[in-house]
Design a protein around this ligand. Structure first.
Ligand SMILES: [Zn+2]
Ligand SMILES: [Zn+2]
Length: 433
């Protein structure tokens, strides 16, 4: 029904390969590649289908994996029903890996919290861990941040990891939302673990007509690198030069390589929020000192001796570079002005739809999957676009484009923007005359 191809303005987009009537389901995205439900919401949001207990008149969900001695749910996950729990076990928690990651993160965060509580009042001004020294070298908001500086900071973080003494804390203190980000990262590491250890993906709940073509298997690293096209990637990260873009982007990809093929927004994102670099470095070292061994191999540093894994780019950095500008919020349904955001996630194939301020496609979250419907009749060859937000009529074209630039790192050149800018210019000229 549509194909992915390069757009005249750079990057990729989805284009109708036939005329499509209004209200047609054109694509279904399977569950998120990476996601996070804020810890604060973990009892109220089903960890599988993201349904909000409050909307069913409940204060929290009751289905858990099992209880620890203190009565808390294992992995800190709650479900709206047993079926959701079972599907989560099957799709997300393969070999119990995600639950061990979540549990390890919670335990370690608790331990650090207690140690900090005890250490209060004894502050002698000395940095308590190596990451604190590194953080001092990162610019604050408003100061210049460059690609070199980011590369250097990551090298330093890896050096801290390499030189770690046994049992030493590389991170001694967590900041607000570090635990959430560590949980987010563990969903990606578990995805990579599943890809490597259980190459056949679990059955997708997708019933979309556009996914009826035969699924394309994850290319092996070797066949992948042999079939790389010679055109340069649109926005390469230094470690990724040989990875982008995918030879023929397919919508079926929901794996690490398809994820890496998403636009890399690292520099723009960190220039806008330098503190995010400190957080990524901190969480990288925290996960390294925390996560169970089968997942550690996906983080560089001790444990990743396998040359193939060393060759693969490091997860935390690549995740941050793509999280920015590619993730969608997990909103209360139906989403509207009053909805709450419970977390966010990356649905790889959802990112193939570009933004337009006059979109012809809208997305609907149905549990953990996203469905895309045409909002008007679409002609063959027309680009299929959704809205990334900011399109309310109360913003003028300038405010709207600024909002998009700040949140999504692009200058909107959609037909509505171009037309409204032209109108604005004509008005200005008319006033001057
Ligand atoms: Zn559920
Ligand atoms: Zn626009």
């Amino acid at each position: 029904m549509f194909r992915i191809q390069r757009t005249p303005y750079g990057g990729r987009g989805a284009f109708a390969s036939q005329a499509i009537p209004e209200d047609t389901l054109i694509h279904t995205c399977p569950g998120p590649f990476a996601h996070l439900v804020y810890r604060a919401f973990r009892k109220e949001i089903c960890a599988y289908c993201f349904v909000y207990a409050f909307d069913s008149g409940k204060s929290g969900w009751g289905v858990k994996i099992a209880c620890d001695g203190d009565g808390s749910a294992k992995g800190g996950v709650w479900f709206c029903k047993e079926e959701c729990r079972d599907r989560w076990e099957e799709e997300d928690n393969v070999d119990g890996m995600l639950m061990s990651a979540y549990d390890a993160i919670d335990r370690e965060a608790k331990r650090l919290g207690k140690a900090n509580e005890k250490g209060k009042g004894k502050d002698d001004g000395k940095p308590r861990s190596k990451i604190q020294e590194l953080e001092k070298t990162i610019p604050k908001k408003g100061e210049a941040i460059t690609q070199d500086l980011i590369d250097q900071a990551w090298k330093s973080a890896e050096a801290i990891a390499e030189s770690r003494n046994h049992g030493e804390d590389m991170v001694a203190e967590l900041h607000k939302s570090d635990v959430d980000v560590a949980r987010f990262i563990s969903t990606v590491l578990v995805h990579r673990y599943i890809e490597d250890n259980h190459p056949t993906p679990p059955p997708s709940p997708s019933t979309s007509p556009s996914t009826s073509k035969s699924p394309s298997p994850t290319p092996s690293l070797q066949s992948f690198s042999q079939s790389l096209p010679s055109s340069p990637p649109t926005s390469p990260s230094p470690s990724l030069k040989s990875f982008l873009p995918l030879p023929s982007p397919e919508l079926s990809g929901n794996d690490w390589l398809a994820f890496l093929n998403l636009q890399n927004n690292e520099l723009a994102h960190l220039q806008s929020i330098p503190a995010a670099l400190c957080q990524a470095l901190r969480v990288y070292l925290f996960t390294l000192q925390t996560l169970p061994p089968p997942l550690l191999q996906y983080l560089p540093g001790p444990g990743s001796d396998d040359p193939l894994i060393k060759y693969l780019p490091l997860s935390v950095r690549e995740l941050q570079a793509r999280d920015a500008g590619n993730s969608f919020g997990i909103w209360q349904q139906p989403s509207g002005g009053e909805s709450e955001m419970f977390g966010w996630g990356i649905w790889v194939s959802a990112s193939f739809f570009n933004h337009s301020c006059d979109p012809n496609v809208h997305k609907v979250r149905n549990g953990r999957i996203f469905e895309f419907y045409t909002s008007s009749d679409v002609e063959e060859g027309e680009e299929l676009c959704i809205s990334y937000g900011f399109i309310d009529d109360d913003l003028d074209v300038k405010e709207r484009r600024e909002g998009l630039k700040e949140s999504w790192y692009f200058e909107c050149e959609c037909s509505r923007c171009l037309e409204e800018m032209r109108e604005k210019e004509n008005n200005r000229v008319a006033v001057q005359d």
